[in-house]
Design a binder for this molecule. Sequence first.
Ligand SMILES: [Zn+2]
Length: 95
Amino acid sequence: MYCRYCGKEVKEKSIVCSGCGRPVDEPGSVTGTPVIGWSVGLLLAFMIASLFFPPFGLFVGIKGLFSEATKVKASVLLTVSTLLALFWIAIILGL
Ligand SMILES: [Zn+2]
């Protein structure tokens, strides 16, 4: 294979290029992994957040319904929480 920085031929097992001294790595092995790690982490964070959102949203939403000032926000919160709860029930039941 060839160094992707200077183009000099380097041995398969070498870690550093003998021409320019930069690390030799397979294309995608370094740049690919963090991207996958990021999206998986974000997805996990979103899943955990959406799992804990419904109980919180229902609690705050029902509380907010009793006040005229927060009534609209509370109903939106209740709708989103209910949809998320249904989404999780559907996943847990395997639908
Ligand atoms: Zn090089």
